[in-house]
Design a protein. Structure first.
Ligand code: ZN
Length: 54
């Protein structure tokens, strides 16, 4: 009998913008290594910060 807990180990990262951990999502299965931000909103927020320095 297995309790099915062996595959319950999804990778996670910490978003540098909101500093919250986020879990692997199916949508990222092909590009997880390139994912840095937890959401599109955080990605835009980050680029906005970079743009404002010019
Ligand atoms: Zn975030």
């Amino acid at each position: 009998m297995k309790k099915g807990s062996s595959k319950n180990n999804r990778p996670s990262k910490i978003c540098p913008v909101c500093e919250r951990p986020f879990e692997w999502r199916k949508a990222w299965r092909n590009c997880w290594d390139e994912v840095v931000y937890c959401s599109e909103r955080c990605r835009r927020r980050k680029s906005k910060v970079l743009d404002s320095s010019q």
